[in-house]
Design a protein around this ligand. Structure first.
Ligand code: FMN
Length: 215
């Protein structure tokens, strides 16, 4: 009966798919992130999913998966409901942690940074590109609030659908993007015998300092 439990205890994977070229590290961590997420896509990892951790005003941490929708040298963008639990946390403390785990690539990327709302114009641009059903869904869901066990989301969808019948669905003001401006990015590459490679970039006075961490 407890076979699966002993399986969990004994699951072991040796990592040897990639090796970080320590002598040729990019100067900017986002160049390295860009190479890694490209390879994650090629390896059929769920490349744009990451765990976002926030801390509440009572110092209680919480984590959830969200989807990366864009990134550049200034940060990483995702979209959500601005009234959700995560957004309430961010309002009080905008320092957040991101964790990308790409098992097919035997890689992890850990990011710490500050989350800021993106402009309404940029949120509109992304919202307008979403399928109509997702746009309506953004109106229906008061994300993270408690609803009745038997709440009929389909009826609520129909109601919103009839409100916007024949019209473009406007972005609800409580839905939009955050951009996380990184201050630290750690790249973890799985290696044989648990001698994994860890390279950490930290921002000091606008310069990225590069350090190696013991596995
Ligand atoms: C694969 C996956 C992708 C998700 N993407 C998003 C996303 O991009 N934005 C979002 O708000 N929630 C997303 N969610 C749902 C969140 O994990 C979470 O349930 C929701 O945002 C409410 O979190 P909160 O109550 O902590 O605010 C995703 C969940 C999964 C499993």
């Amino acid at each position: 009966m407890n076979d699966f439990k002993s399986k969990i205890e004994n699951l072991r994977e040796d990592f040897n798919k990639y090796k970080i070229d320590i002598k040729n590290l990019p100067k900017h961590p986002v160049s390295m992130f860009s190479n890694w997420i490209k390879q994650a896509l090629e390896n059929n990892d769920q490349a744009n999913a990451f765990v976002l951790s926030t801390v509440s005003n009572k110092n209680i941490p919480s984590s959830r998966v969200v989807l990366l929708r864009g990134f550049d040298e200034n940060g990483f963008t995702f979209f959500t409901n601005y009234q959700s639990k995560k957004s309430i946390d961010i309002e009080k403390n905008n320092t957040v942690a991101l964790n990308f785990h790409w098992p097919e690539s035997q890689r992890q990327v850990r990011i710490i940074g500050k989350a800021e709302k993106i402009s309404a114009a940029n949120s509109d641009k992304y919202f307008n590109s979403r399928p109509r059903e997702s746009q309506i869904g953004a109106w229906v869901s008061e994300q993270s609030t408690v609803v009745s066990l038997y709440f009929k989301f389909v009826n609520a969808m129909d109601e919103i659908e009839s409100k916007f019948k024949g019209k473009k669905v406007e972005r609800p003001k409580h839905w939009g993007g955050y951009k996380i401006m990184p201050s630290s990015i750690e790249f973890w590459q799985g290696r044989p015998f648990r001698l994994h490679q860890r390279i950490k970039y930290s921002l000091h006075k606008n310069n990225w300092k590069i350090e190696r961490l013991s596995p």
